[in-house]
Design a protein around this ligand. Structure first.
Ligand SMILES: Nc1ncnc2c1ncn2[C@@H]1O[C@H](COP(=O)(O)OP(=O)(O)OP(=O)(O)O)[C@@H](O)[C@H]1O
Length: 460
């Protein structure tokens, strides 16, 4: 049966209307499933293919063969994400990727791109990546309000910042983001990610349901101001090893204790707190230190990453160089975050093989946008571009005051050397001496954080 042109027009109209409403209602999922295909198709024909010949000629990328015939590189495919367009190109005979590298700025200007980069896909084939927009230029990232009580903390949704569509971005320390690796060069904004996470956990820290073990081996530069709210703190490499030993011994003990009781998973509480270990510069513990520290730390860290998930062990490791020497165990971190990194090769080292090809151009994050990162979580193929909110020194002071006001955080007390050569902790208190009058504990309903409902997270 022949369809009348009115029917075809009507069907097309309905499809356009449905697409437009979908985009309006949920731009991110529209982009993920339909937008990027439509956009790639549209941009290929409307922009790149139309201007291709002119641009490659103007940029000196077309040549001639011995008959004087033009040899022109071929545009074979266009892929498009919200921020980047990738042009797959078969180079003309006699060309190398280097030729395109030298013409990169000219190509970017010709296509009005903000930045460009080149990748070799296979012999004879390259990808040119053009950044079209910078969503974070215009987007303020509000610091999420600090939850007031532990009832307000959902371990599955610890808000850190916003993604490139302006949606809240959260980490899930209950199930998905059990250990997190953060890579970023100096000044890339690793601190903003770490402090945002602590802020989201604040009431649980205050109640003693989350304990923080912090190794800041660069002399306490990043975390020194928070030491009062940490269960344990080390500002050097040898002390970091001491802390790590203690962490592993504590969780080992808990693992065996719960095992003896037949409990397979622990619920965060004062008895079985979520023990979050943060190491601000892994390289200082795993690479640039004495061999004895390196070897033992590496062994303990690998153990901590593999054995304590169910009993409340979480590791957040940060590094400037996500190389094999520094983080040989990076495959054990289910969630990886790459802020601005020094080298293109660091992107896949941090996020995993092939992530840069999927659009995680972390080496191209502009220096004027600290806190922007690509986040790769298990179970999701593509990385997401995200910016963490910025926690100022005043916010940190407020956080520390809040977390310590009930006195549930074990204070860091230095050991002092006694005249007889032994050492003692002058502040050590035997807690058995005190009756717990229940005043210092937040009222909470018991929530099973590690097992239980499988409610879908908001962001697929
Ligand atoms: N999310 C953010 N939003 C806005 N500005 C930020 C953000 N994160 C960091 N900054 C700015 O960038 C500066 C450097 O950030 P930060 O010290 O966190 O980097 P870093 O990666 O921890 O560096 P280093 O490894 O040298 O400690 C901060 O002082 C702040 O001014």
């Amino acid at each position: 049966m022949m369809l009348g042109y009115q029917t075809v027009l009507l069907a097309a109209g309905i499809a356009v209307l449905a697409g437009a409403s979908w985009r309006l209602l949920d731009a991110p999922t529209f982009d993920r499933f339909a937008g990027r295909l439509l956009r790639a198709w549209w941009r290929r024909w409307a922009i790149y293919q139309r201007q291709w010949l002119r641009v490659v000629s103007a940029c000196g990328l077309s040549t001639t063969d011995h008959h004087g015939e033009a040899l022109v590189p071929k545009l074979v495919a266009v892929r498009s994400s919200w921020v980047w367009d990738s042009l797959h190109i078969r180079m003309a005979k006699g060309q190398t990727a280097e030729d395109y590298g030298q013409a990169l700025d000219r190509l970017a200007n010709s296509f009005k791109a903000r930045a460009a980069s080149i990748r070799v896909l296979k012999p004879g084939k390259i990808a040119l990546d053009f950044q079209r927009r910078e969503p974070f230029d215009e987007m303020p990232i509000p610091l999420p309000a600090m939850p007031e009580s532990i009832a307000g903390v959902d371990l599955r949704k610890l808000e850190i910042g916003r993604d490139e569509f302006g949606r809240p971005f959260s980490l899930d320390l209950a199930k998905r983001d059990l250990h997190v690796l953060l890579a970023g060069e100096s000044g890339a904004g690793k601190g903003s990610w770490l402090w945002s996470l602590l802020r989201a956990l604040a009431p649980m820290i205050r109640a003693g349901h989350v304990r923080l073990w912090v190794i800041d081996p660069k002399g306490g530069m990043e975390f020194g101001s928070g030491r009062e709210m940490f269960h344990d703190f080390a500002d050097g490499d040898r002390d970091g090893l001491r802390l790590m030993r203690k962490y592993v011994a504590t969780l080992d003990e808990r693992k065996f204790e719960l095992g003896r009781q037949g409990i397979r998973t622990a619920t965060p509480s004062r008895e079985t707190p979520l023990d979050v270990l943060i190491c601000d510069e892994l390289a200082a513990m795993t690479a640039y230190t004495d061999r004895d520290i390196r070897v033992e730390f590496h062994q303990l860290l690998s153990k901590a990453l593999t054995q304590y998930r169910a009993v409340g062990g979480r590791i957040i490791g940060a590094t400037q160089e996500p190389t094999k020497d520094v983080v040989p165990m990076r495959g054990l971190f289910p969630t990886k975050i790459s802020l601005r990194v020094d080298a293109a090769s660091y992107v896949d080292m941090c996020l995993g093989e092939g992530m840069r090809d999927l659009g995680a151009f972390a080496d191209k994050i502009p220096a004027y946008l600290p806190g922007v990162a690509y986040a790769k979580t298990d179970g999701r193929k593509e990385p997401r571009r995200v910016r963490a909110a910025f926690t100022t020194d005043d916010d940190i002071a407020e956080l520390v005051a809040f977390c310590t006001e009930l006195g549930n955080v074990t204070p860091i007390r230095p050991e002092i050397e006694l005249p007889d050569g032994t050492s003692s902790n002058p502040y050590e208190v035997d807690f058995e001496d005190f009756e717990d009058d229940g005043q210092n504990v937040d009222e909470v309903e018991e929530v099973e954080y590690f097992e239980g409902d499988d409610e879908e997270e908001d962001i697929a």
